[in-house]
Design a protein around this ligand. Sequence first.
Ligand code: CA
Length: 235
Amino acid sequence: MTTHILLVEDNALLRRSLAFNLERAGYRVTTAVNAENALAFSHRDPPDLVLLDIGLPGMDGLDALPHFRDQVGAPVIFLTGRRRQLDEALGLELGADDYITKPFDENVLLARIKAVLRRAKRAAAPTAAPEETPLIVGDLVIDPAAHIVRLNQEIITLSPREFALLHALALDAGRVVSVDNILARVWGAEYEGQPQVVYVHIRWLREKLEKNPNQPQRIITVRGVGYRLQSGERS
Ligand code: CA
């Protein structure tokens, strides 16, 4: 069955050229000029993935995201017009599956779409991989099966990406994991050369896990290399 992409974009020129290129890449594309129409279309013809512009007339993309999540259940990639919009979206931690800033290279977008669809498929497949075993690192318990992190018995709420990042560090607890390695494992090859997403998520993790995020005792920066999750007793 052809993968169905719903494109929500109010800029007519961008909407047409994107739809054209996505169809040429083999996708079935439906388009909407605003979030309200897009949600209505989604009920009749559910998409496999939503490309959602943030700056929309009426309900904006940030407000629309939870509706797509809860009612449609499809992964969402945000299209953002401005750097500030991207920061806002990241800051809200709404849990979009990816973000891309305009103007973007269409090949980059296609690669991101493929990666998000691949992840969505993997998440839907009920396989118990070896990495589903809970990891215990000092007073941290990371349980991938339940998607729960406990710190001294207390449950810490992490976004999916923060969770994946902490899990990657925990698999190599006590050893340095390079930023490139983290990017490849947690974000995928499409993010090669974009270390800033790692820096931002490390900061968020520290805010949730460290007593003093400015003097981390748990997630240690190894300058010029990467990060190390402290394994056992901390001084
Ligand atoms: Ca717009």
